[in-house]
Design a protein around this ligand. Structure first.
Ligand SMILES: [Zn+2]
Length: 509
């Protein structure tokens, strides 16, 4: 039996107890990894993710150098059990070698107040990066702790610190020094257990930091132990690990990934794009129902988990409730919060998700790329209606409802800015011929007819059947629904637009 193996069976368990035990063991020893995109990222030494876990309660006991998982099932009545260490340290454990002794073995130590890093991967090129990594991570963890303490002040979150970490070139060295279990030889990227994680040295400074942050966040969020399902654990770790170092040297994390992050090895957006092109679009429900054995070695599962967390954090319909999920401390509570407060089955949210997932690109602008919903009901179209459509955001409601089979004529006039670099670029409603998005000119007036009761197929939700209009066009809607309009542009390029067009919608041809 291999203690560390890829995947384990969690999904489909109808027993809360069984679910808790298996999840519990999984989060104690869970693997993580990268999303290196073979198309756009520099080659990384190990491009697959490893998920390390235990398959069943009946397996052979762990080897003596590895703490055992908790034997007791977590239930709602005993939530505090989750915060205990898996097992106390063995009385006969040899004391850990000190910094000087480890240095003689070729293992350097770098510290901050909350993070201890031991590594044999120091080179002339990366030494400064490794030296500052604990400090940067302290900054990240400090901010997250502040946030967590706001939600659940009674939790002993400070007890999660310090985080012990290992960046390894030569695993054998760490095994000999009693700092890592031999089973990690199967690890391709990173593995964490309680407050300790191990990771392979990475090919880029960006990705080393990213994976280091990712594993550190697991160590911190594991305070809730079984409280989080795997998509949330992995999605949140990825969400917060996306970062940049500003020219002034400060850390920004939890950001929308841009080209710097993609160049550094962040391949989740490319994963999603490839999945959708291959006909494997996933709904939010599909993603949150993913079991742990759907993760390693499937890079795309990590990508979907990141995308759903990013989306739920950004969407106007779910942003606040998503933050509040952090306060859940057990599976029923988490599930309840998810179902009660996030309305994942609402047609509007699903339409937003379809727009988000199918158009993801680096530097996307969440506030502007998602649908601009209106709370007032659309009115049936009888004569003429005139409205303004703004150039700087995606789909906008017109307040016009078409009945099934109804035809209308749409005409548009006006000039607007479609880009601001290298200088303001002016377009009219037919769009510009020099740049296309999804086969249509940038700046082109486009329409969809959205029927909340008949939103279309899984991947559609009414917003992917785009009707090109330009200066003038005729629409006949079979299903009927509200008319939405936009001036075509990329998800990363709305904020450099300005101005509006005047649109007239007339019933009949
Ligand atoms: Zn992970």
């Amino acid at each position: 039996m291999s203690l560390f193996r890829h995947g384990f069976a969690v999904g489909g368990s109808s027993s809360v107890r069984q679910f808790s035990v298996v999840i519990g063991m999984a989060v104690l020893i869970a693997g993580c990894g990268d999303s290196s995109d073979p198309d756009s990222a520099p080659p990384l030494p190990d491009s697959a993710e490893i998920e390390v876990s235990i398959t069943s309660e009946q397996e052979t006991p762990m080897q003596s150098d590895i703490p055992s998982p908790p034997q007791q099932a977590m239930t709602e009545e005993q939530p505090k059990d989750r915060r205990k260490p898996a097992t106390p340290p063995r009385a006969d454990s040899p004391p850990e070698l000190n910094d000087a002794e480890l240095l003689e073995l070729g293992i350097r130590t770098f510290r901050s107040s909350d993070v201890i890093l031991r590594t044999d991967a120091v080179t002339f090129e990366n030494e400064e990066e490794l030296r500052r990594l604990p400090e940067l991570t302290s900054e990240l963890l400090g901010t997250m702790i502040e946030r967590l303490e706001t939600y659940a002040p009674s939790l002993p979150i400070q007890a999660r610190l310090p985080v012990r970490s290992f960046i390894m070139d030569d695993l054998k060295l760490f095994v000999q020094a009693d700092l890592a279990p031999l089973e990690l030889r199967e690890m391709l990227h990173g593995v964490y257990r309680d407050q300790t994680f191990w990771m392979r040295e990475q090919a880029t400074d960006y990705y080393r930091r990213h994976l280091f942050f990712h594993e550190s966040i697991h160590c911190l969020l594991d305070i809730y132990g079984y409280g989080y399902p795997v998509w949330f654990h992995e999605g949140m770790a990825e969400l917060y690990a996306v970062h940049r170092i500003t020219p002034e040297g400060s850390l920004e994390f939890g950001i929308v990934p841009g080209s710097d992050q993609v160049d550094g090895g962040f391949g989740r957006i490319a994963n999603i794009r490839r999945e959708i092109e291959a006909g494997r679009f996933r709904t939010i429900e599909d993603v949150i129902n993913m079991s742990s054995n759907e993760f390693y070695p499937h890079q795309e599962s990590y990508a979907w988990a990141w995308a759903v967390c990013r989306f739920l954090a950004d969407d106007q319909l779910t942003g606040v409730a998503f933050e509040n999920l952090l306060a859940s401390v057990n599976p029923p509570q988490f599930r309840q919060q998810l179902e009660r407060n996030l309305s994942l089955n609402s047609p509007r949210l699903q339409a937003d998700w379809a727009v988000f997932a199918t158009t993801l690109e680096p530097d996307f602008e969440p506030d502007r790329m998602l649908i601009q919903w209106n709370d007032t009901s659309a009115m049936p179209l009888t004569g003429n209606v005139e409205m303004k459509i703004l150039a700087d955001r995606n789909w906008q409601p017109t307040g016009v409802a078409l009945s099934p089979g109804q035809t209308c004529r749409v005409t548009a006039t006006g000039q607007f800015q479609i880009n601001d670099a290298p200088r303001p670029w002016i377009s009219e409603p037919q769009g510009v011929s020099a740049e296309y998005v999804d086969g249509h000119p940038v700046g082109q007036l486009q329409a969809v007819v959205y029927n909340e009761r008949d939103p279309g197929e899984k991947q559609d939700y009414g917003f992917l059947n785009v009707i090109p209009i330009g200066r003038e066009g005729v629409i006949t809607s079979e299903t009927g629904g509200e008319l939405f309009l936009r001036l075509n542009d990329r998800p990363s390029s709305w904020s450099n637009n300005a101005g509006e067009v005047t649109v007239r919608v007339r019933a009949g041809e």
